[in-house]
Ligand binder design. Structure first.
Ligand code: F6R
Length: 260
C-alpha cells in the first residue's frame, strides 16, 4: 500500500485526476469507478479542468458507480445515480450511456446486485476505483462487520452514517436505511484502488485502515490485501499515522514517471 500525504484536498484531487488522465491516455475506454459524498469532488473538478484544457480526452471513458440507496424513486436528486451523473458524467461531457450502476429501485434487490456484479465483470472489470472513507472506516457502504470477501449486496446503514449523510437531505428521516454497495471483494477486484481522505474527522479511520490490523470492523483495512492500493491523505487526515515521516520520505524520493 502506498500512502501519499498531500498539503490539502485540492492537491489530492489533482494527483488522483492526473492518475486517471494518465490511465485514459493509455487506455481510452478505461472503466473508472467513482464514489459520491464530499471527498471526491476535488478529483472531479481537477479531471474536468484537464479535459477542458485539452490535456486528456475522456470521450471513450466508462464510469461506474460504487453504491446506491435502496428505495429512492428514479431521478431523485440524491440518488447516487443522479449525483454521479450531475457531478462527474455531465461535466466531463459524457453521455448517460457511458455510465453504469446498480438499480436501487429494483423490486428484486438481490437480483439487481447479482446483475451489477455480472455487468462489471462483462465490462472487463474496473481499472481504477476511487474511494472515500467513512468515519467508522467504511468503504462503499460496507459498514463495520462487513465480510472482507463480500460481493455487491444490500446493506443496512449505521445510524452514524445516516446522520453523516443527512446533510444531503431535508431531514434525517429521509435518509434511507438500506443501500446496495459493491462488496469488499468486488472493490478489491479493481486493478488500482485509490482512497482519498481529507480532514481531521477521518484521521482515526485512516490510521486504523493503514496501520491497524486487517479487520472486518474497519472495512477499509481490506485495502492492505490489494497489490495496487494508494491512500491519498491531507495533513489533517494523516495526523494519526505513526509512519507519516516514512510515507513522506518515500513519496519525496519517488521518480515522477512512476505516478501513483
Ligand atoms: C459514497 C461512499 C462512502 C463515502 C464515505 C465518505 O459513494 O462510498 O463510502 O465515500 O461515506 O463520505 P464523505 O466523502 O462525504 O465524507
Amino acid at each position: 500500500m502506498e500512502v501519499v500525504i498531500v498539503p490539502d484536498a485540492a492537491s489530492g484531487g489533482e494527483l488522483i485526476a492526473e492518475a486517471m488522465a494518465e490511465l485514459l491516455r493509455h487506455k481510452p475506454d478505461a472503466l473508472l469507478g467513482v464514489a459520491t459524498g464530499s471527498t471526491p469532488l476535488p478529483v472531479y473538478e481537477a479531471l474536468t479542468a484537464k479535459v477542458r484544457a485539452g490535456e486528456v480526452s475522456v470521450s471513450a471513458a466508462r464510469i461506474c458507480q460504487l453504491d446506491e440507496y435502496v428505495g429512492l424513486p428514479h431521478g431523485h436528486p440524491e440518488s447516487y445515480r443522479s449525483v454521479v451523473l450531475r457531478e462527474f458524467v455531465a461535466p466531463l461531457g459524457l453521455p448517460e450511456s457511458s455510465f453504469m450502476g446498480p438499480d436501487g429501485t429494483a423490486e428484486d434487490v438481490a437480483a439487481a446486485c447479482a446483475a451489477y456484479d455480472r455487468a462489471l465483470a462483462e465490462a472487463g472489470g474496473v481499472d481504477l476505483q476511487l474511494l472515500g472513507i467513512g468515519g467508522d472506516g467504511h468503504i462503499g457502504f460496507n459498514e463495520p462487520s462487513s465480510s472482507l470477501a463480500s460481493r455487491t449486496r444490500i446493506k443496512t446503514l449505521t445510524e452514524r452514517t445516516r446522520r453523516d449523510n443527512a446533510r444531503f437531505f431535508d431531514s434525517l428521516e429521509e435518509v434511507p436505511h438500506h443501500v446496495i454497495t459493491q462488496g469488499i471483494g468486488t472493490i478489491l477486484d479493481a486493478r488500482h484502488v485509490v482512497l482519498l481522505a481529507t480532514g481531521g474527522a477521518k484521521a482515526d479511520a485512516v490510521a486504523l485502515a493503514v496501520e491497524g490490523p486487517l479487520s472486518a470492523l474497519v472495512p477499509a483495512s481490506a485495502l492492505q490485501l490489494h497489490p495496487h492500493a494508494t491512500v491519498v491523505v491531507d495533513e489533517a487526515a494523516a495526523s494519526r499515522l505513526k509512519l507519516a515521516d516514512y510515507f513522506r520520505a518515500t513519496y519525496a524520493s519517488k521518480p515522477d514517471w512512476q505516478g501513483i
